[in-house]
Ligand binder design. Structure first.
Ligand SMILES: [Fe+2]
Ligand SMILES: [Fe+2]
Length: 299
């Protein structure tokens, strides 16, 4: 019988993730074992498999978010919060195709045509997603171009910078870990999450194009599956770097989202109004609706 694949990656010095092809995943503390007896003390060198690679990637994501879990803000949803989320969505998607092509051209120089093909395909798939966010903002009556030109939510800025930096590296394999982090989180969103946002919007206004596309109902689920299969096919060193970057991106994302979610309605309104130089014009009578309690959409 063929042996099941086991993969492992050290994330923090004292925490490693071990994942098996069968789907088992566990966290391992190397310090608890004598090095010469610990088979996971040295980096893995073998082949991957989708079953174990997904365990590593999602384990890294969970660990990144776990550190903030107790401090996680869970505010009521408001339309103002959703407008801020759409501005964040715009900024995390506007440079994605250009960044992915930049990373692809570096891999072309390195002769890594497998990675080039993957990144170029992603760049094509992600093209135009920023426009979905702009259309949603416009549908709400917000001066979309002026708003995104003058405002980037402070919790989103470090995430955008991380992706810019990763794609400009000499060996930009970490960009795949970042993308996995964002797409996997988006793919967790369900129909009910979209319905909650629709309930906040004025009647007859369609302002969930970006959200629908970046949810389990849209293309994100297949992007995540394709990425898992691709990462599993990479050599061990690359898989290690992708998983480590998934963890770092998750830390940055968790901190940034939480910083935004901790803001009061008044603070958000002030930021938005400052950016457009006038009171926030939103179609219909949304502000009265916006005061209804419920679940505020994640950014
Ligand atoms: Fe996208
Ligand atoms: Fe995507």
């Amino acid at each position: 019988m063929a042996q099941l694949v086991t993969e492992w990656v050290n994330l923090t010095g004292d925490i490693s993730i071990i994942a098996r092809e069968s789907g088992e995943v566990w966290f391992h503390t190397p310090s608890g074992t004598k090095n010469d007896l610990d088979p996971f003390a040295t980096p893995m060198t073998g082949a991957g498999s989708p079953g174990s690679t997904i365990g590593l990637l999602d384990g890294a994501l969970n660990l990144g978010f776990a550190e903030i879990e107790k401090r996680l803000a869970r505010p009521d949803p408001t339309l103002t919060g959703y407008v801020v989320a759409l501005v964040g969505a715009y900024h995390t998607s506007v440079d994605t195709p250009r960044n992915l092509r930049r990373a692809a051209s570096r891999f072309k120089e390195l002769g890594r045509h497998d990675v080039v093909a993957y990144l170029e395909e992603r760049a094509r798939e992600e093209t135009g997603h920023d426009r979905l966010a702009l259309k949603d903002l416009r549908a709400l009556g917000v001066p979309a171009e002026r708003l995104v030109a003058n405002f980037i939510p402070e919790g989103i800025e470090p995430l955008c910078k991380r992706f810019d930096d990763l794609c400009a590296e000499d060996y930009p394999i970490g960009s795949i870990g970042y993308s996995y982090c964002l797409e996997r989180i988006a793919a967790l969103k369900q129909k009910t999450d979209i319905e909650k946002v629709e309930a906040l919007c004025p009647d007859g206004v369609d302002a969930t194009r970006f959200l629908r596309s970046h949810s389990s109902l849209g293309s994100e689920a297949s992007h995540v599956e394709e990425t898992i299969a691709f990462v599993a096919s990479l050599q061990a060193n690359d898989r290690i770097r992708v998983v480590q970057e998934t963890y770092r991106s998750a830390l940055i994302m968790a901190e940034g989202y939480n910083r935004e979610l901790l803001k009061s309605e008044a603070e958000m309104l002030e930021e938005l109004q400052h950016a457009i130089g006038e009171a926030l014009p939103i179609v219909g009578s949304c502000f009265s609706k916006a005061e209804d309690p419920g679940t505020r959409p994640a950014l």
